[in-house]
Design a protein around this ligand. Structure first.
Ligand SMILES: CC(C)(COP(=O)(O)OP(=O)(O)OC[C@H]1O[C@@H](n2cnc3c(N)ncnc32)[C@H](O)[C@@H]1OP(=O)(O)O)[C@@H](O)C(=O)NCCC(=O)NCCS
Length: 222
């Protein structure tokens, strides 16, 4: 027997994230779309870090350019495919002057219960060192604390990543222990970072948020 579909009730938007947009003084952050992902992959191919450094937990930037492009696409598609109210990761494409310059991730695990988010990010090398990394992280923290009702935020960086550690420190994160992992075959120390909402060192600007209401159910943030 065929399923009965009630055509008098239009279904809700199956992907409300396409309407979400965050605006800071210099940046626009929107959940990834395919065209933007190709632009993001091109930024990655141009370079995110000097070859002798490895800022990421998984050394995905060590791949040949063709594999790197496909890897950026597939990584982000996988996050979209897995997204649910109990486990979500939004990859916000970060645009400056309309051009993709990097990505700011924001994720939640059982967010309705934990009220905790985690972040990760990168910028193309040519865009680093101008405060943009701080601005994009502050944007998703404002979203999380002021609009989604998060109470804590987590992040982490290798002990030899001073830019990332300093960025977190500027926003009020505090060290929350260490962990040792193999990185390119050698032991490396990860510094875990924790930010409680009341410790957040807020930017002086106000975040513009568009299209969030339709996303609340998808994120377990009603
Ligand atoms: C980490 C990253 C997102 C930061 O973005 P950014 O725009 O470069 O950072 P900002 O300019 O906002 O802030 C960086 C801070 O670190 C400081 N910093 C940078 N390099 C430093 C160094 N070698 N030693 C000490 N401090 C350093 C900057 O001076 C700045 O602090 P300040 O404002 O007090 O002067 C970016 O550099 C990046 O994408 N790096 C490669 C990928 C990466 O490391 N991702 C994070 C993985 S955990």
């Amino acid at each position: 027997m065929l399923p009965v579909i009630d055509q008098t009730q239009p279904p809700g938007d199956p992907w409300p994230l396409r309407h979400l947009a965050l605006r800071t003084p210099r940046l626009t952050l929107r959940p990834d779309d395919d065209e933007g992902l190709y632009a993001l992959a091109a930024v990655a191919v141009r370079g995110i870090h000097p070859p002798e450094q490895m800022p990421f937990a998984h050394p995905w930037t060590d791949q040949a350019p063709g594999d790197l492009v496909r890897g950026v696409l597939q990584y982000n598609w996988a996050r979209r495919a897995e997204l649910s109210p109990s486990a979500w990761k939004i990859n916000f494409l970060v645009r400056h002057g309309g051009v993709v310059i990097g990505v700011q991730e924001l994720s939640g695990q059982d967010f309705a219960v934990t009220r905790q988010v985690s972040t990760g990010s990168w910028l193309g090398m040519e865009h680093q060192g101008r405060g943009l990394g701080t601005e994009m992280r502050a944007a998703v923290l404002l979203l999380a604390f002021d609009h989604l009702g998060a109470t804590t935020a987590r992040s982490a960086a290798w002990s030899d990543n001073p830019a990332s550690l300093r960025l977190s420190e500027k926003l009020g994160y505090r060290p929350d222990g260490t962990a040792t992992f193999a990185r390119r075959g050698a032991a490396a120390t990860e510094i875990r970072l924790l930010l409680a909402a009341e410790q957040f060192i807020r930017p002086e600007w106000t975040l513009e948020v568009h299209g969030l209401d339709g996303c609340r159910e998808t994120l377990g943030a009603v």
